[in-house]
Design a binder for this molecule. Structure first.
Ligand code: GAP
Length: 512
């Protein structure tokens, strides 16, 4: 199966097993909006809980808040979103479809990269163990030709981005022969800027100053509450404020399932520090966040840093943590050193003094800020796409299993009476009573036991407990482990501790 096909199968699996549904499906859906089903919400809540605990429990100097989606409209003037939260868009006159000009160019560059990687793979096969990838890339004529093409377009693209030169974007698209995938033509409009914020009205007078925005990032809710938290919490610099909440962006190119949505959720932490110390904190938070990701055991090689060459006007350092999604390495989390840009601008626009008085040095200053920002939905997608596996199980049979890291799996244990009679369901209910206070569980007595195991594999349940005739005699059950499929006979009284050892979230937190 190609990665593309695999991704389509994953999307269908998410729907079939109650993880993620297209929103308003009975009305044919709403583009780039998705709902979480009964399994998806458990997975999502577990991810949020792991992040929240890692931030607020493991760091004495980080506290959480929950601010509103709506904020005073001046918030978005101060943050720069009214003036500059734009994407360059271009329309194809034949298909009438709209695209992000920068994405069209990046996709073109991505295809060149793919070609070079294919050439490397050919070389690897040809030369076997003696293969030296670095040397091959420096000398292979096909790669050198593609690399020259890549560099030329990339340099033009970076320059156009820096100069915000919309004409040059279009020229690059034309020069590279980029065509609309639907119409197949290069009949493009000019490139225009498009603000990504959704707006609505706060009252019903219809006046212009009633306009209010749906927050495009949760971070500003933290900045406008900086003084409240610092004073009421008697917080001393350095300290952080964490928040999880919805954000909204009118994305032009909404695609790749829950990777880019119009309504999504963010987990953001703003860490306030003394000016001049921000690079030290930036380095620490880079390391800290990578550790959090790797603790989930989804393969260290599936993550990489991508340091930004071009920095936003408010940042003096920025990096992305990229994950190896089925469609390549893409941004999962951003870590930015935002200087005093946000607090400084809120101070200017609100007229309130937003400063920290340092009792040790008797100085007052606007704190600097290092931000970590991760999309919950992207994290869900990372987990699901990594976990989805089709495995041979002998006799020409296969099983679909979601090998979700056990502490964040939606259902931790399934309780299954072998048959629906002879007192087995009653004993199984007693097993449920044993586990239900500690773990999410499912009780299932329908169909043959093999089919029930498959259903639990498909939603990623780490343990299945089967109650059989022997259980009636000796109060033991069979516990089956999802990944190895090994089965063990254990006393019912030991179930909780066996399951807990694998699924307790503290196992993850202890690694950080
Ligand atoms: N406060 C900084 C900020 O919002 P960002 O890079 O625009 O920075 C941070 O977004 C994270 O939010 C991204 O790394 C991504 O995980 C997630 N994100 C951004 N836009 C998204 C979208 N349209 N759909 C899903 N997740 C998104």
């Amino acid at each position: 199966m190609t990665q593309d096909e695999l991704f389509k199968v994953l999307v269908a699996h998410c729907k079939e097993y109650g993880f993620i549904f297209p929103s308003s499906e009975i009305y044919d859906g709403l583009s780039a909006v998705y709902d979480y089903g009964q399994m998806g919400v458990e997975l999502k809540n577990n991810i949020k809980s792991y992040w929240w605990q890692a931030m607020t429990r493991l760091n004495e100097n980080i506290v959480g808040i929950d601010s509103c989606v709506f904020m005073h409209p001046k918030t978005w003037v101060a943050s720069g979103h009214v003036a500059a939260f734009n994407d360059p868009l271009i329309d194809n006159k034949d298909s009438k479809k709209r695209y992000r000009a920068d994405v069209l160019i990046e996709d073109y560059l991505g295809k060149i990269e793919e070609k070079m990687n294919k050439e490397v793979e050919k070389g690897r096969k040809r030369f076997g163990e003696a293969f030296d990838e670095a040397k091959f890339r420096e000398t292979n004529p096909n790669i050198l030709r593609e690399k020259a093409k890549y560099d030329e377009v990339h340099n033009r693209y970076v320059a156009a981005e820096e100069a915000n030169d919309l004409k040059e974007y279009k020229q690059i698209i034309l020069d590279c022969g980029i065509v609309d995938p639907i119409s197949g033509t290069a009949n493009w409009t000019d490139v225009r800027q498009f603000n990504l914020m959704f707006s609505t009205q706060i009252s019903n007078t219809g006046a212009d100053d009633d306009k209010i925005y749906l927050r495009p990032e949760t971070a500003q809710g933290i900045f406008i509450n900086y003084l409240n938290v610092q004073k009421t919490g008697r917080m001393k610099i350095p300290f952080g404020i964490a928040q999880i909440g919805k954000a909204f962006r009118n994305e032009i190119v909404a695609r790749q399932f829950i990777f880019r949505m119009r309504e999504f959720e963010q987990m953001e932490m703003e860490f306030f520090c003394k000016p001049g110390t921000e690079m030290e904190w930036f380095a620490k938070w880079k390391e800290n966040r990578m550790k959090w990701h790797r603790s989930l055991g989804m393969g260290d090689d599936n993550y990489r840093f991508h340091d930004h060459e071009k920095l936003a006007h408010y940042a003096n350092a920025a990096t992305d943590i990229e994950f190896h999604f089925p469609f390549g390495f893409k941004e999962l989390e951003g870590i930015h050193s935002r200087t005093d840009f946000d607090l400084g601008n809120h101070q200017k626009l609100s007229g309130r003094k937003i400063q920290y008085f340092d009792p040790e040095t008797n100085e007052s200053y606007v704190p600097y800020c290092v931000e970590t920002s991760i999309g919950v939905d992207r994290m869900v997608l990372a987990v699901l796409s990594h976990s989805y596996k089709v495995e041979e199980v002998g006799n020409g049979e296969t099983r679909v299993v979601l090998a979700i890291p056990a502490p964040i799996a939606p259902v931790k244990v399934a309780v299954l009476p072998l048959v629906r009679k002879d007192g087995l369901p009653e004993l199984a209910q007693k097993v449920v009573d044993e586990v239900k206070f500690d773990f999410t569980y499912q009780y299932d007595e329908k169909d043959a036991i093999g089919r029930r195991y498959r259903r639990q594999d498909a939603i990623g349940t780490p343990f299945c407990v089967t109650v059989d005739y022997d259980s009636l005699k000796d109060n033991t059950v069979t516990i089956r482990e999802r990944d190895s499929m090994t089965q063990e006979r254990v006393p019912i009284s030991e179930l909780r501790s066996i399951i807990d050892k694998k699924v307790n979230m503290s196992n993850l937190l202890r690694q950080l």
